[in-house]
Design a binder for this molecule. Structure first.
Ligand code: EPS
Length: 402
């Protein structure tokens, strides 16, 4: 049974974005300015973003579900206004256009971009104007996901669970990643232009983005989301859809432009023998916080059998390059089927650091869901009692590591 659900609505250049988050228990202290807006700001950053991010300063306005600084158990709805809408009011108007008006003002596009949802969207929804497709397919929608994820992060934080991310590669440039990640990952990387732990690689990544921009091209990359403090036992192996690895992969893969997801050693594990992949179970005191059973390595990425092991949950994702290219790719004109180059819209050259923040949000949503599945209750007090009793039980069995 799913405990957390969310939905978003809104077009990239429409009035704004709407987010509705259901399942958050009552009694969670929540302040938008402190717990939600900082993530929205983090999502706007990163070297390689386009001019749109200079126009927006995303803030979540809470409409329901929070009263006097605390959640009350009802659906939390939030609005994020698009400042840029003022420049698009006519093109995005719900009203029929003036038949005598200038058709250019409607900003219609008929040249689908390879890699974007443009062409398949036009065919599937039987539309003529690509704007009807791209407005919703745009990654602008991820601002609403980040707002929902931030509330889940706040819930998890109460129970000692933290979620961070970092960028491990941009295009062909790979960062050197230390064996042991810093305790507060986001604090270590948020000030970096590419949210990377390797300052040297950051310089080369920036240069690669500059080169791509100069060539009218775009770059993708890889990011890693790490969640720590998770008790063993979230998720399950009993049914395909309760497996937490599958739920995480689906959620992260649903982010715009994500083409690959790995848990722990992921694809690289397939190239090594089992003895070099699985994490030995040890009773060595150094491997754990409290006496008992522990793990010396975490190649499983915190999940065995779709269940958390108590080690950090590690999810990696590959983002393809943004599909709006100034160096226009071959396409067709949807009005007459003639050969034409793809449309160019204002866009980003690289948005991997932003996608990493969205990755954190999706991981937070899935982990909060799994957390409430295990410790469910209607209030923070009730969940705390369930959580504490389970952790005590684990410790008695010698599995206190988190
Ligand atoms: C985005 C807003 C968009 C793009 C980007 C993500 O703004 P605009 O289209 O007005 O420049 O910058 O979306 C895409 C890359 C895309 O392909 O749609 C945002 O808020 O993240």
């Amino acid at each position: 049974m799913r405990r957390i659900s969310f939905s978003t609505a809104g077009e990239s250049h429409g009035r704004g974005l709407v987010a509705i988050l259901e399942g958050i228990p009552a009694g969670l202290t929540l302040e938008m300015a402190r717990h939600v807006d900082p993530d929205l700001i983090r999502r706007q950053g990163g070297y390689g973003r386009g001019r749109r991010m200079q126009i927006e300063s995303d803030r979540a306005e809470v409409i329901s579900g929070v009263r006097l600084g605390e959640t009350i158990g009802s659906p939390i709805s939030m609005l994020i206004w698009n400042k840029d809408w003022e420049n698009w009011a006519l093109a995005m108007s719900p009203e029929r256009p003036d038949p005598d008006g200038n058709p250019k003002a409607l900003k219609s596009l008929y040249l689908p971009r390879p890699g974007h949802a443009d062409l398949v969207g036009l065919l599937k929804y039987d539309r003529r104007d690509t704007r009807d497709i791209l407005e919703r397919a745009s990654a602008r929608e991820t601002a609403a996901r980040v707002a929902c994820g931030a509330v889940c992060r706040r819930l998890l934080e109460v129970f000692g669970i933290t979620i961070g991310s970092h960028v491990t590669s941009i295009g062909a440039i790979e960062a050197d990643v230390p064996d042991v990640l810093p305790n507060n990952l986001n604090e270590s990387v948020d000030a970096s232009a590419l949210r990377s732990l390797d300052p040297d690689a950051t310089t080369r990544m920036k240069r690669a983005i500059d080169d791509a921009k100069e060539n009218g091209d775009t770059l993708g990359g890889v990011f890693e989301v790490v969640a720590t403090g998770i008790p063993a036992g979230l998720g399950s192996y009993v049914t395909y859809d309760s497996k937490l690895d599958g739920r995480l992969a689906g959620a992260v893969m649903s982010i715009q432009a994500i083409k690959g997801v790995e848990i722990g050693a992921g694809f690289s594990g397939a190239f090594r023998p089992g003895s070099e992949v699985h994490d030995p179970i040890v009773t060595d005191e150094s491997a754990k916080k409290s006496g008992g059973i522990g793990r010396k390595s975490n190649r499983a990425g915190g999940l065995e059998g779709g269940v958390t092991t108590g080690s950090p949950v590690v999810v990696k994702a590959a983002m393809k390059p943004i599909s709006t290219l100034r160096k226009r790719l071959p396409s067709i004109d949807m009005r007459d089927g003639s050969v034409a180059d793809a449309a160019v819209e204002r866009s980003d050259v690289c948005a991997v650091p932003a996608a990493a923040v969205v990755g954190e949000a999706m991981v937070a949503l899935v982990l909060a869901d799994a957390f409430l599945e295990k410790f469910g209750g209607d209030s923070i007090g009730e969940i705390t009692r369930n959580f504490d009793s389970y952790v005590e039980h684990l410790e008695k069995r010698g599995y206190g590591e988190r």
